[in-house]
Ligand binder design. Sequence first.
Ligand code: PBG
Length: 324
Amino acid sequence: MINRPRRLRTSPAMRGMVSEHSVEARQLILPAFVADGISEPRPIGSMPSVVQHTMDTIKRTAVECAEAGLAGIMLFGVPKDEDKDANGSQALDENGILNRAIRAVRQEVGDSLLVMSDVCLDEFTDHGHCGVVNPDGVVNNDLTVLLYAEMARMHAECGVHVVGPSGMMDGQVLAIREALDDADHPEVAIMAYGAKYASAFYGPFREAVGSSLQGDRKTYQQDPANVRESLREVFLDIEQGADIVMVKPALPYLDVLRVVRDSVDVPVAAYNVSGEYSMVEAAAANGWLDRDRTIDESLLAIRRAGADITLTYWALEWAQRHRR
Ligand code: PBG
């Protein structure tokens, strides 16, 4: 007698019954950009169908996310070029674009959607680095962490549910946790970008936020060659108070995602980044890939590798396409 695994693949009902993993809207987060000083949404050339939102369209998009059953929206602010400076000071202006967007979106959605924010300075600095740069060109860790803590406190005042420190500075999670607690915001959760690699896949994001970065982020983001280092990073973040840890990018780092999922007892998020999005969109636009099937398979693969939560630019359309 030969073994016949094909018996379990004979019909949709049979395949459905034995399916081991599935993507669900409740675990997806939409990363979204909101720009200062624009009256119409501005397309991002390298990310077809993704835009820089106006205050109006970000509010509408957040409502759609809630209606589609998504977990949350991760907000990134895009200031005007003339408002950028060496310290990224607009990040700490209560009327800065990101602080305004958090207030507006939270007011619009209440608790029907998790409002999340990027806690990082690269969108706000004129040199494009994630922190304050010393005269010798090195990003100053401890000074930057102080600014992140203040930024997170402001986001909490604006009504954010979850902060996402993405700058990869040492000690950033502890500083943010203490600042949130001191400001009487123990309820605000930290989704820490624990294992964040210095990746070429962030290319289109730099256009999305109008970043002016020269050089690279290799002195603070991780070397793509390393796996053990990710465990060290996520354990440090958990010790410092991270509620959720993230692996980023997602598809080129599924092995890292699996190792992290098997090693920690907090929820693990994966960020399906801009370059992963753009590759599929570009190939699909050329007729080289079946777009929807490729998207579905990509998100399923991230889930299978161990992501409890996935940030993806396809979150809203995925949820709308699979609405039950
Ligand atoms: C830093 C940040 C980046 C991304 C998210 N947060 C850029 C970087 O580290 O260079 C990239 C996300 C993406 O590529 O989709 N604020």
